[in-house]
Design a protein around this ligand. Structure first.
Ligand code: GDP
Length: 494
């Protein structure tokens, strides 16, 4: 994992070429989402070919912990970047050990020394600084030190000692699934324990089937796959999601029973209009004494607020439950933040920033709470309430709708008026409004006017146009978003 363009794909490609087996056979490797490299020593490493950290946490959110070691790729000419930090935090939240590949050392501007010291400030303490994180300087382009990288991966693996028993029924995780014209459903499974055999009955999520055929990462048909082997499997009826666990059961009747009960459960969950939000579930778990940690992801508009919020939250530790900051960053809330928070059963705090539409949809789907704030004191107060195990806060913000500013008019006597289109929800007169520019809050206040054509109206619904002007505020621009919300007061229950 690592920042975009730091060389993850290049490194995976280069590592794939170190495989002695495919080298000898001259075989073409087949893309199946994961592959195994056999080294000259005969030792093997399986690489998962999903270098994105969002994909990594998504898998974890669905129940699978597929990785034993995360290789953090940092370009030596670029250093630690936003997504490097995200990757570190995703790996830490998963409790997976990290080895660092300092890439692109062939480049003239490469400065591996700087990378090493920058890592320190993100709690990655390399061996040379007295820590226990192994690192190596590599070049994916010139194939420098790839064997050394593989060695440190194996070394790290020996420390964590992942163990599996080949002599039991197989279980593991879904890496990829697709429908292939001609072959039907093709599912890549990573066997994590036991041995998977042709003829086995497999259940993954609410899909199941009998393994008709298996193909390894060299495109060769095989009859058996042991621990850590990725295989393409034919014969499963549907397309299970990546990250789901799979297991082998004794017969078809059992498989059907498990699959059907899961389908029912999924339908029930979807039908329930009020699926418990992550916040509610955290609160009830705290109240029941089941958890001692409260995982949060913090996104803020500026570094200063981020630091202030993090510091104040950490000060709340020491009571019976403590906040745990999974990740903090500057900028809008993205999908990576959502997967990280939901994989850890936490919430997201947005301080003067908003979620992008994809992140919003994902959060809705996951039942994840995103809490927006514009006053630091409110953040601390809210979290304090949660930590002390109290129920819902007295004041709750209710989102009404968003409108996009399509044009801006200057009207004498009134000032600037925004010609808007309500993109979702509703806009109400008297409600509160915020002005957002590129997902960052620019202004918060009230509306002076809300007009449909020439008339002042009470509300405007989704897909309609309207004119709006802010009370005492004029810096509005085309493309800005006006967010409309109300403050609801809710009685405190004990
Ligand atoms: P990803 O986004 O992390 O998967 O990065 P890519 O593997 O796509 O690499 C981004 C760019 O960096 C590509 O143009 C690569 O050719 C280049 N690149 C990757 N590794 C190296 C390296 O070791 N040395 C040099 N000079 N360029 C590299």
């Amino acid at each position: 994992m690592g920042h975009v363009d730091h060389g993850k794909t290049s490194l995976l490609d280069a590592l794939r070429k170190t495989d002695v087996v495919s080298g000898e056979a001259g075989g073409i490797t087949q893309h199946i989402g994961a592959y195994q490299v056999t080294m000259a020593s005969g030792k093997k490493i399986t690489f998962i070919d999903t270098p994105g950290h969002a994909a990594f946490s998504e898998m974890r959110a669905r129940g699978a912990n597929v990785t034993d070691v995360v290789v953090l790729v940092v370009a030596a000419d670029d250093g630690i970047m936003e997504q490097t930090i995200e990757a570190i935090n995703h790996a830490k939240a998963a409790g997976v050990s990290i080895v660092v590949a300092i890439n692109k050392i062939d480049k003239p501007g490469a400065n591996p020394e700087r990378v090493r010291s920058e890592l320190l400030s993100h709690d990655i303490v390399l061996e040379e600084f007295g820590g226990d994180v192994l690192s190596v300087e590599v070049s994916a382009k010139q194939h420098l030190n790839l064997e050394k990288l593989e060695e440190i991966i194996l070394l790290q693996a020996e420390i964590t000692e992942p163990k599996a028993n080949p002599n039991r029924t197989a279980m593991g995780a879904v890496i990829e699934a697709k429908i292939d014209r001609g072959r039907g459903t093709v599912v890549t499974l990573l066997v994590q324990n036991g041995t998977l055999k042709v003829g086995d009955i497999v259940v993954a999520g609410s899909e199941w089937g009998k393994v008709r055929a298996m193909v390894n990462d060299h495109g060769k048909a095989i009859k058996e796959a042991g621990p850590s082997m990725p295989v393409e499997v034919l014969g499963i009826n549907g397309v299970p999601m990546a990250g789901l666990e799979f297991l082998v059961v004794e017969n078809e009747a059992k498989a059907r029973e498990i699959a059907e009960s899961r389908t029912h459960r999924k339908r029930d969950l979807l039908a329930k209009s009020s699926v418990k939000s992550s916040m509610e579930s955290i609160m009830s778990q705290i109240a029941a004494g089941d958890i001692k940690e409260f995982p949060v992801v913090i996104k803020a508009d500026v570094q200063g607020s981020l630091e202030a919020i993090s510091a104040s939250l950490l000060k709340l530790s020491g009571t019976e439950v403590a906040p745990r900051i999974l990740h903090g960053g500057v900028g809008g809330i993205n999908e990576s933040d959502v997967t990280l928070a939901s994989a850890s059963g936490g919430i997201i705090i947005g301080f003067n920033v908003r979620a992008n539409p994809q992140a919003r949809d994902l959060a809705k789907w996951d039942g994840l709470d995103i809490r927006y704030y514009s006053i630091i004191y409110d953040v601390i107060d809210d979290i304090k309430t949660v930590l002390s195990g109290l129920l819902a806060p007295t004041l709750k913000e209710k989102y009404l709708g968003n409108s996009e500013i399509r044009s801006v008019f200057n009207i004498t006597g009134i000032g600037k008026v925004a010609g808007c289109y309500v993109t979702d929800g509703i806009v109400k007169r008297g409600a509160k409004v915020r002005l957002l520019r590129e997902n960052v809050v620019i202004h918060e206040g009230t509306l002076k006017t809300l007009k449909r054509f020439k008339d002042e109206v009470k509300e405007v619904k989704e897909s309609f146009e309207c004119g709006m002007a802010f009370e005492n505020y004029n810096d509005i621009r085309e493309g800005d978003i006006i967010e409309c919300f109300e403050i609801e007061s809710i009685a405190r229950k004990l």
